[in-house]
Write a new protein. Structure first.
Length: 77
């Protein structure tokens, strides 16, 4: 897989879509948590390499922390 920029939750969702994983639960926090599970599953199945996995997990951890501190309640209304 070519080197990808991995800076936002949208970047994570774009990678997941490449593997036919689409996430929309209705709350951004839930979406982030499910994305983390899916990323773990892709790594466990060796579909994504360790480098990409670590980048994705860092972004997801940051996004999760930010969402807990400042919920974007209006995001999915």
């Amino acid at each position: 897989m070519q080197e990808r920029k991995m800076q936002t939750f949208r970047d994570i969702l774009d990678v997941l879509k490449m593997y036919d994983v689409y996430i929309h639960l209705g709350k951004r926090l839930w979406d982030i948590e499910l994305a983390a599970i899916e990323v773990d599953n892709l790594a466990k199945a060796q579909v994504i390499d360790q480098s990409l996995y670590l980048k994705m997990k860092l972004v997801l951890e940051r996004e999760h922390r930010q969402e807990l501190e400042h919920p974007l309640a209006e995001t999915y209304k």
